[in-house]
Design a protein around this ligand. Structure first.
Ligand SMILES: [Zn+2]
Ligand SMILES: [Zn+2]
Length: 229
């Protein structure tokens, strides 16, 4: 009997929300997963207006349109994200990626031809955590739609304080200012991009990343998070 099997017998995985025992490799039970209501539209990245037609009706100059599978206020969705990010429940990336897939299937946008790019962590943060949670979600999303995926187009040379420790938009914006870089702009010139992160709260991280990609020549950016605050 291998160690993994033995561990599962003595410490079966538990639902991140209700704590019930789960099968191997699951992170959430069917009941809790069922409490997550999916959005069915894109949002303005600037003012959060719902955009059911998938096109801008406001803030035309803003560098990205926001997409999110659900609301961060949802207990089950929040538990999945916190479990993935802070408790090493890497199996939570699977339901989070799948929620984004189901959400994207409801949108009136063509996904084909877009490049999927996860929001990078600084090298130091990725070492500390052992993985990039956004990349795990983004890989699953790109796989499902057979989209090209690249985790090395956008990099994060500057280490910054966690956004969750900062207050308002202005302070979060200041914190991430200039933290992203695009080493080879030709790879995004004229491209349509899907940026992916686990959660978008103030929007400052997406704005900074999208601004860097637009400066590098990206044509259109959808910024997708599993949840938005
Ligand atoms: Zn549960
Ligand atoms: Zn707007």
């Amino acid at each position: 009997m291998n160690l993994r099997l033995l561990l599962d017998i003595f410490f079966p995985p538990q639902c991140v929300r209700c704590g019930c025992a789960l099968k191997e490799d699951d992170a959430i039970c069917a009941h809790c997963l069922g409490t997550i209501a999916l959005h069915d539209a894109l949002f303005c990245g600037k003012c959060s207006a719902r955009l059911p037609e998938g096109t801008r009706v406001c803030h035309a100059g803003f560098p990205y349109l926001l997409g999110s599978a659900g609301d961060y206020q949802n207990d089950a969705l929040k538990s999945l994200i916190l479990g993935l990010k802070f408790e090493h429940v890497t199996s939570a990336a699977k339901p989070l990626g799948d929620l984004l897939v189901r959400y994207a299937e409801l949108l009136p946008v063509v996904l084909r031809g877009r490049i999927v790019i996860p929001i990078p962590l600084s090298a130091r943060r990725e070492r500390e955590r052992g993985f990039n949670q956004a990349a795990l979600i983004a890989e699953r999303f790109a796989d499902h739609f057979a989209l090209s995926y690249s985790a090395d187009i956008l990099s994060r040379p500057k280490h910054t304080a966690p956004q969750s420790e900062l207050g308002n938009f202005a302070r979060r914006r200041e914190n991430v200012k200039g933290c992203f870089s695009v080493a080879e702009p030709w790879r995004v010139a004229g491209a349509r991009i899907i940026l992916i992160d686990d959660v978008s709260t103030s929007g400052a991280t997406f704005l900074e990343a999208a601004t860097a990609l637009r400066k590098a020549g990206a044509k259109q950016i959808l910024a997708f998070a599993a949840a938005k605050a």
